[in-house]
Ligand binder design. Structure first.
Ligand code: BES
Ligand code: MN
Ligand code: ZN
Length: 486
């Protein structure tokens, strides 16, 4: 989706959109449209849409009114995004190629316009690359939004949001791609290509390098797959070397069959998006670089495929992690924590981060808890937890904190090793977090985001269609903006 700005209306505009606050219509609106809108009960509710046709200068113009709710709403930004999203959702495959967003009579601020455009762009993303038989009328037609009469500063505000949108779209692309296309090596190649020239510095560890470092937990997961594992680090140093980096660490299981503890067939195809945490980290790094964030951030992705095979690890195997701690693998399907623990140890050794956020599609239990409404946050630092939750709330990627503690930690003690990789039937998301906590150095603020319910949408949402949401990118970007740059 291209977004252009100009002062004057495009003479030949066929499709024109206006953003309307609750219960208000632009005074200059043709009476027939104003009457039509009220007959259709258009009230300017967030995301509500009305369209009609008018004759202007001898041409038929398709006019859309997009509702943005009350101007003083606490959810103003989200509501403006919904207005933009409603427009692209409606016209994406309509045959229209250009949508003219007419702001000449609008009172929206530059930031508010940027929010409308953000919603429009994010909702307008779709992956059609694997479809070869789409009829012309099923293909995306809308290619351009021409913005006219935007207030001063809109282009600057949009440039920042556009960088974030690019990150979200990159994440969605990674999450959407199937596991025969996207596996550890190709994930790395994709990131290297997208980040080339951005100033992000990339380091890649292959299997021998990880073996030399003693990453027995990550490698144990990988050993049943013919796909070679990778550890990917992406450094964006926009904040100078004086500041210790903040680390984002993502679970990148490019496919999770469960391994020998094999999953049920029904729905297993979803496990192509078991790399959603790593995808979010990669997208966030792209966003930060693209908008030139004044912050020092390292993104790390632990990339493996979890397969059953003659060489796969068995339930009962004991592996030694890079930290030296040993793990009894009770269930080979609790693999994400085994990948993350070595990635977490490595990032602390290598970069001495000031704080760590990990993102992972870690447990089905978090979906049982929150469905697709919240990701779970587990955190050893109240301030940090509050900052991340505020960042999530600001961008519509909500977090809800869950408890941790010694009673839960005890549940993963093992009779043969330092710990086991799962607890009892209960509190599955919490025991997973307790496992990760055992790999965090004392004194390092750390947050674990269990995003299993957020990465993939079965139905369209506020600013996404069915499929990959890109969850996490906007949250991480907002945290960097408000806390590291703020
Ligand atoms: N990747 C899954 C978690 C998951 C499930 C993500 C559904 C998205 C949708 C994870 O590796 C897993 O299998 N977790 C197990 C852990 C259990 C064996 C302790 C789970 O949640 O069932
Ligand atoms: Mn699993
Ligand atoms: Zn998994």
């Amino acid at each position: 989706m291209q977004i252009h700005f100009s002062a004057a209306p495009v003479a030949a505009a066929r499709l024109v959109a206006l953003v309307c606050d609750a219960d208000t219509l632009p005074p200059s609106l043709e009476p027939v449209l104003a009457q039509g809108a009220s007959a259709a009960r258009f009230a300017g509710k967030p995301g509500q849409l009305f369209e009609g046709f008018v004759s202007r200068g001898g041409a038929v113009v398709r006019l859309a009114l997009a509702g943005a709710g009350k101007a003083d709403s606490d959810d103003r930004v989200a509501n403006l995004e919904k207005a933009g999203a409603a427009l692209t959702a409606k016209y994406l495959t309509s045959g229209e190629t250009v949508l003219t967003l007419d702001l000449t009579a609008s009172t929206l601020s530059a930031g508010e316009v940027a929010a409308v455009l953000m919603g429009a762009r994010l909702r307008g993303w779709r992956q059609d690359g694997y479809r070869t038989t789409l009829k012309d009328d099923q293909k995306i037609s809308l290619a351009t939004i021409a913005v006219i009469g935007a207030p001063a500063g809109t282009e600057e505000a949009w440039a920042i949001e556009a960088a974030v949108a690019e990150g979200v779209e990159f994440t969605r692309e990674l999450v959407t791609d199937p596991a025969n296309v996207l596996y550890p090596e190709s994930f790395v190649a994709r990131c290297a290509a997208r980040l080339a020239g951005t100033g992000v510095e990339i380091t890649v560890l292959d299997e021998p390098a990880m073996r030399a470092l003693g990453m027995g937990a990550l490698l144990g997961v990988s050993q049943g797959s013919v796909r070679a594992p990778r550890l990917l680090a992406m450094v964006w140093n926009g904040g100078g070397d004086a500041v210790r980096p903040t680390a984002f660490v993502g679970k990148g299981v490019t496919f999770d069959t469960g391994g020998i503890s094999l999953k049920q067939p029904a729905g297993m195809e979803d496990m192509k998006w078991d790399m959603g945490g790593a995808g979010a980290v990669a997208g966030a790094m792209l966003a930060l670089a693209r908008r030139g964030a004044k912050a020092h951030v390292v993104g790390v992705c632990g990339l493996v495929e979890n397969m059953p095979d003659g060489n796969a690890q068995r339930p009962g195997d004991v592996v030694t992690s890079m930290s030296g701690q040993t793990v009894e693998v009770i269930n080979t399907d609790a693999e994400g924590r085994l990948v993350l623990c070595d990635a977490l140890t490595w990032v602390q050794k290598e970069y001495a981060p000031a704080a760590i956020v990990d993102l992972a599609t870690l447990t089905g239990a978090i979906i049982a808890t929150f469905a697709d409404q919240y990701a779970g946050i587990f955190c050893n630092d109240d301030t940090f937890s509050g900052q991340l939750s505020a960042a999530g709330a600001a961008v519509g990627e909500r977090l809800w904190r869950l408890p941790m503690g010694p009673a839960y930690d005890k549940l993963i003690d093992s009779a043969i090793a330092d710990m086991k990789n799962m607890g009892s039937r209960y509190a599955g998301s919490i025991t997973a977090a307790q496992f990760l906590a055992r790999y965090i150095d004392k004194g390092t603020p750390w947050a674990h985001l269990d995003i299993a319910g957020m990465v993939w949408a079965d139905k369209p949402g506020a600013v996404w269609g069915k499929g990959a949401t890109g969850y996490g990118v906007r949250l991480l970007d907002r945290y960097v903006r408000d806390v590291l740059e703020g």
